[in-house]
Design a protein around this ligand. Structure first.
Ligand code: 5GP
Length: 202
């Protein structure tokens, strides 16, 4: 059957396990790709330019904003993050289902721009667990962790604006839940007009 790429917004407070969830799913499912964002934050250990992010300077990022290169962008924890039109268009044209792993501000912009996009919010099993995961991750300074924890509840309160909520209690189940949402979007009648027309034209 003909595959038409759809856009999925995946958002969560940091430490919820969203990146692991999304990268596991996209490495298993050939039709699902994660859009690579631009950021001005420094790479963490093990992160590669062009793979995890396009790491750019503040100047380069601001030039891209001026050139309207982003379909959304936001400042998160003092750094710029953005989704370029080019990153999404190339994947969508190739028929992939595209995941935008972005924050609540970016999600609000995409909902406005692309009302057909499906939005998913990933919740931690509890606030206590989120606290623990952030500390155990060990990638950020104590100051950054405290700031992120403070922000987490504010972000989680916005989950009501999203189409779906997944509680990431157990990674395998959360992955199945995310896949179910992606598959059901592709099965919507309006996503299958071309398949229906092809059958009716016989
Ligand atoms: P991190 O620095 O931990 O990789 O990401 C920090 C936050 O920025 C996360 O909530 C992540 O989802 C968000 N983020 C990553 N890329 C983008 C993007 O392109 N746009 C927006 N708005 N947020 C992003």
């Amino acid at each position: 059957m003909l595959q038409i790429g759809h856009i999925f917004i995946v958002t969560a407070a940091s430490g919820t396990g969203k990146t692991t969830l999304v990268s596991r799913l996209s490495s298993r499912e050939q039709d699902i790709r994660v859009s690579i964002s631009h950021t001005t934050r420094a790479p963490r250990e093990g992160e590669q330019n062009g793979v995890h992010y396009h790491f750019v300077s503040k100047n380069e990022f601001e030039e891209m904003i001026a050139a309207n290169a982003f379909i959304e962008h936001a400042q998160v924890y003092g750094n710029y993050y953005g989704t370029s039109l080019a990153a999404v268009e190339s994947l969508k044209k190739a028929g992939f289902n595209v995941i935008l792993e972005i924050d609540v501000q970016g999600a609000a912009q995409i909902r406005q721009l692309l009302p057909d996009a499906t939005s998913i919010f990933i919740l931690p099993p509890s606030m206590a667990e989120l606290n623990e995961r952030l500390i155990n991750r060990g990638t950020d300074s104590q100051e950054v962790i405290q700031y992120r924890l403070g922000k987490a509840r504010e972000e989680i309160e916005q989950c009501y604006l999203f189409d779906y909520v997944i509680v990431n209690q157990e990674l395998d189940q959360a992955e199945l839940d995310l896949l179910a949402i992606i598959r059901s979007a592709g099965l919507r009648t309006k996503a299958q007009h071309r398949n229906i027309e092809k059958i009716l034209s016989e």
